[in-house]
Design a protein around this ligand. Structure first.
Ligand code: HEC
Length: 118
């Protein structure tokens, strides 16, 4: 078979790359760990939650593990971040769980994803 002429080759490459670009699925939003950590810090969540050690509240690792594989994990965490509810501290006392002081849906989703990534 004769080799394709330069123009045909260029066109073939162009179509091939276009096809590739179209077939790549929309990439899921990456977790912005720095933004999540900042929000976590600003809201003093770290007083009770440590990445790997249980403090007054469960460690982020424990929470992530608990939700692992659950389809609605992100929504559940979001709900927890945005609706006040009473929680039992490890010393048995009760307290209103702090809600994140942000109405930025994207930032909240990012925080939820970050928590679940532990
Ligand atoms: C006064 C201590 C305290 C502070 C401050 C606190 N939490 Fe908690 N948190 C807890 C306790 C205790 C639990 C476990 C309660 C339960 O499972 O009912 C908990 C549970 C959670 C869970 C797991 C929910 C679940 O359904 O398993 C998440 C996620 C969470 N907190 C995030 C946060 C974030 C984000 C902040 C900052 C806005 C925060 N917490 C601030 C004490 C605290």
């Amino acid at each position: 078979m004769k080799t394709a002429n330069p123009l045909t080759r260029t066109l073939m490459i162009a179509f091939a790359s276009a096809g590739l670009a179209l077939s790549v699925p929309a990439v899921a939003q990456e977790v912005d760990a720095d933004a999540a950590k900042l929000l976590f810090k600003q809201n003093e969540c770290g007083k009770c939650h440590h990445p790997s050690q249980n403090k007054k509240g469960p460690s982020l690792k424990r929470t992530a593990k608990e939700y692992k594989g659950k389809a609605n994990a992100e929504q559940e965490i979001m709900k927890h971040l945005t609706t006040p509810k009473k929680v039992k501290l490890d010393d048995g006392s009760e307290e209103d769980h702090k809600i994140v002081d942000s109405k930025d849906q994207k930032a909240l989703v990012n925080l939820a994803k970050w928590i679940l990534s532990h």
